[in-house]
Write a protein that binds this ligand. Structure first.
Ligand SMILES: Nc1ncnc2c1ncn2[C@@H]1O[C@H](COP(=O)(O)OP(=O)(O)OP(=O)(O)O)[C@@H](O)[C@H]1O
Ligand SMILES: [Mg+2]
Length: 248
């Protein structure tokens, strides 16, 4: 297993609250690394430390180490770090512009490419995200006119267009119907051949369907659920319910 991202004794504090406590984990390359846990357990905060989106919240104090390819994320240029570790949000958030411009947005900003090269990249990214054929040459359409599932695949295409290494998805299917959801799950399975995927989900069945590894976060701590002593503690009752549903 190649380790792409690693945290060591990661702590995140908001002043009034300890959000993450001593989280140490490894994200494996070319795999779907899933994080589950109850609402408020710190999942989104955890993955935001990976590409330093936590820097955008002045109250958050991050302690311990987050390493990307063995080097502290603090030692990367932050724009470069966020290009290499992309994030797709729960709610599709296409920009109010054409499908083409949505996907070309990042490459225009980050990569110095000619128009023809951007055209190719836009097409490839849309194909990868399983949206190209559906758009059938209609790339001028305003992205806000797409369905929710199409918008989410567009956001995935937009994330892929800057040629990241890691694609993080924070509950990417929670607002989608079962068909759109299964398309995105199929897509994740394809993407892991070329990318490292970090998935946050509330959907335990989804976690069981697509994941190579599943980690449980509970009250800001990683629960070693292979270790039965931990789960016998009364305070882990809720965590235990999660674990019962996880495929072994
Ligand atoms: N920028 C912030 N400033 C202060 N507190 C924060 C900040 N971001 C998150 N928190 C707190 O940290 C805790 C964890 O939040 P987080 O969004 O990481 O949870 P989550 O596991 O992603 O939950 P959900 O499943 O509902 O998305 C919450 O109590 C939240 O209020
Ligand atoms: Mg969240």
């Amino acid at each position: 297993m190649s380790v792409v991202i690693e945290t060591r004794n990661l702590n995140v504090n908001s002043g009034s609250q300890q959000i993450l406590s001593n989280v140490s984990l490894a994200v494996a390359g070319s795999a779907i690394n899933t994080i589950v846990g109850p609402s408020g357990s710190g999942k989104s905060t955890l993955i935001r430390t990976f590409n330093r989106l936590t820097d955008l919240y002045p109250r958050l104090r991050v302690g311990g180490e987050v390493l990307f390819h063995g080097k502290s994320v603090r030692d990367y240029n932050v724009m470069e770090l966020r290009r290499r570790i992309g994030l797709v949000f729960q709610k599709p958030n296409p920009f109010p512009m054409s499908v083409y411009d949505n996907v070309a947005f990042g490459p225009r900003l980050h990569l110095s490419l000619k128009k023809a090269e951007i055209d190719t990249l836009v097409e490839e990214s849309l194909r990868h995200a399983g949206l190209y054929d559906e758009m059938s040459g209609n790339l001028d359409k305003n992205a806000l006119e797409l369905s929710g599932g199409q918008q989410q695949r567009l956001c995935i295409a937009r994330a892929l267009a800057v040629q990241p290494e890691v694609l993080m998805m924070d509950e990417p299917t929670s607002s989608l119907d079962p068909i759109a959801k299964s398309k995105i799950e199929d897509l994740m399975l394809l993407l892991k051949e070329e990318y490292t995927v970090v998935l946050v989900t509330h959907d335990i069945d989804q976690a069981n369907r697509v994941s190579d590894t599943v980690k449980l976060l509970y009250n800001g701590r990683m629960v070693e659920y292979e270790s039965p002593e931990v789960l016998r503690m009364p305070e882990y009752e809720h965590a235990r319910q999660f674990v019962m549903k996880l495929a072994r």
